[in-house]
Design a protein around this ligand. Structure first.
Ligand code: SAH
Length: 219
């Protein structure tokens, strides 16, 4: 894996594009300038890595558009040392962007094959991201509560277990819908109250139930 001057130049240009598209959080832009997106995909896609498009990864999944990663990261208002749960590790790019912003990230992926590959990559890259193979609907109760939760697949509704695992005062960024997903930011005000904000429509692969592969098929 090589990060050349050409890659760095393309990243610089990508960050300018993100700025033009409304990303103002300098911490997000700095992380996107640092993290080599081309490391998170097949080398044959290298020439497309810094265009604002989603690209295929293993198991029929996709790495999100850079502008979607930037937008979700900005909505999370990441603070140094925030403990963040990500649902949908996929390529690991979004998780590493949050880690580069100073967060401690725990990320769940339902596909065993993707989990294995991405865990290996992240260990190599040395980002503060811990990978889990499991069903994101259940979250990680043993590590809760989280300061922030980010869902990077399209959810049919807000999973109640995830809301439970959010700190009071914490925020969840989640695309909700069916095929077309509305970006929502949910702030947990108390055990019984939330504030919801919406931010337009995005496309995502669907959030599916139950983990796949590993020791137990479809457990
Ligand atoms: N954050 C990723 C986006 C990957 S696409 C990246 O930066 O590349 C979304 C991922 O969510 C897919 O890998 C998909 O397998 C995973 N996913 C879907 N439903 C899930 C669930 N219930 N639990 C955990 N992961 C899930």
């Amino acid at each position: 894996m090589e990060d050349t001057f050409r890659h760095k130049g393309l990243r610089e240009r990508m960050c300018e594009e993100m700025r033009a598209k409304g990303i103002t959080d300098e911490n997000v832009l700095e992380a996107m300038r640092k993290v080599p997106r081309h490391f998170f995909m097949d080398p044959s896609l290298d020439s497309l890595a810094y265009e604002d498009r989603a690209l295929p990864i293993a198991c029929g999944q996709t790495i999100s558009h850079p502008s979607t990663v930037a937008f979700q990261s900005q909505l999370l208002e990441v603070k140094q040392n925030d403990k963040i749960l990500e649902v949908g590790t996929g390529s690991g790019y979004q998780a590493c962007i949050l880690a580069a912003m100073g967060a401690r990230v725990l990320s769940i992926e339902r596909h065993d094959e993707l989990f294995q590959r991405t865990q290996r990559l992240i260990v190599q890259l040395k980002y503060f991201v811990r990978c889990y193979h499991g069903d994101g609907y259940k979250g990680i109760p043993t590590s809760a509560p989280f300061d922030k939760i980010i869902i990077t697949c399209g959810a049919p509704m807000v999973p109640p277990d995830l809301l439970k695992q959010l700190k009071i005062g914490g925020m969840m960024v989640i695309p909700v819908g069916d095929e077309n997903y509305e970006m929502r930011r949910i702030t947990k005000l108390s055990d019984t109250e939330t504030k919801e904000e919406t931010f337009g429509n995005f496309s995502f692969v669907p959030m599916l139930e139950k983990k796949q592969g590993g020791n137990n098929k479809f457990l």
